[in-house]
Design a protein around this ligand. Structure first.
Ligand code: COA
Length: 258
């Protein structure tokens, strides 16, 4: 696997751990990190042997403490729009509709762009020391990598606006209660909990999982279109070997071999 400067891509059998590796800056996302993430996503999407990804931050303090605020200095309106568009289209949307499961292992602060990155992932598992927030309004800006769109989907409009307008952080227990994360474990158990989830998902049909991600994603953007996509993909799944194997295995009372 290619070597990067600001991220680490580690492969273990069919699973990849992707680590944002700028620990001294609490893994803040600078342009280089975003470009490297986009390149890594290309490689991982095209690698048929990869079945799932865990995305995390280096160290024990932060998942990602936001976009790199140092890069905000002197940004023009046009440049800021370009920056947000790059994050939306090349990273966050890409992760959200990625055809293989991506789990965020949130191991500490997930703030601003860090929370937006975690929210773009399909599933979020947090360590009990994790903290979540969208503090952008305290910088005089608003979330720019999808925070105003994905947070209401996960926690509802009222709680989302409370988090966005106060800029306050919530802890892992609150995040679990609010539906922002799927589960909370100790920091020591975080990676194995994510790995267990991927292990389980990988026993299911990979092509069916990709189709399910697409259908869910399409419906979040446009519910009518989502229904049509679901019908189409449901139909298409009947033309796959996985469907023949899955149905046959059920009838023969054995585990399917996808
Ligand atoms: N961008 C750039 N650098 C960041 C950063 C960010 N989003 N978040 C943290 N860092 C850097 C700090 O500048 C510091 O660097 P330095 O040692 O070279 O001065 C280093 O990471 C450690 O952070 P520090 O603030 O000293 O740690 P702390 O424990 O006192 O506070 C936080 C932790 C997360 C509360 C604090 O770093 C913070 O508020 N970060 C910004 C969060 C934010 O607003 N994110 C949204 C951006 S849109």
């Amino acid at each position: 696997m290619k070597t990067f400067q600001t991220i680490i891509v580690e492969r273990e059998k069919a699973f990849v751990t992707l680590t944002i590796n700028r620990e001294s800056k609490l893994n803040a996302l600078n342009q280089e990190t975003l470009h490297e993430l986009a390149q890594a996503l290309d490689l991982l999407e095209n690698d048929n042997a990869v079945r799932g990804i865990v995305l995390t931050g280096a160290g024990e303090k932060a998942f990602v403490a936001g976009a790199d605020i140092g890069e905000f200095v002197g940004l023009s309106i046009g440049e800021a729009k370009k920056k947000a568009a790059y994050g939306h289209f090349h990273i966050m949307d890409r992760i959200q509709s990625f055809p293989k499961p991506i789990i965020a292992a949130v191991n500490g602060f997930a703030l601003g762009g860090g929370l937006e990155l975690a929210m773009a992932c399909h599933i979020r598992v947090a360590s009990d020391n994790a903290k979540f927030g969208l503090p952008e309004v305290s910088l005089g800006i608003i979330p720019g990598y999808g925070g105003t769109q994905r947070l209401p989907q996960l926690v509802g409009r009222g709680k989302a606006l409370e988090m966005i307008m106060t800029g306050d952080m919530i802890d892992a227990a609150e995040a679990l209660q609010w539906g922002l994360v799927n589960r909370v474990v100790s920091l020591a158990e975080l990676m194995s909990a994510c790995r267990e989830l991927l292990d389980k998902i990988s026993t299911r049909s990979g092509q069916a999982i990709s189709k399910a991600i697409t259908a869910v994603q399409t419906g979040l953007e446009d519910s009518r279109q989502g229904q049509r996509r679901e019908i189409e993909l449901f139909g298409e799944s009947f033309g796959t070997d996985d469907c023949k194997e899955g149905v046959q295995a059920f009838l023969e009372r054995r585990k399917p071999n996808f």
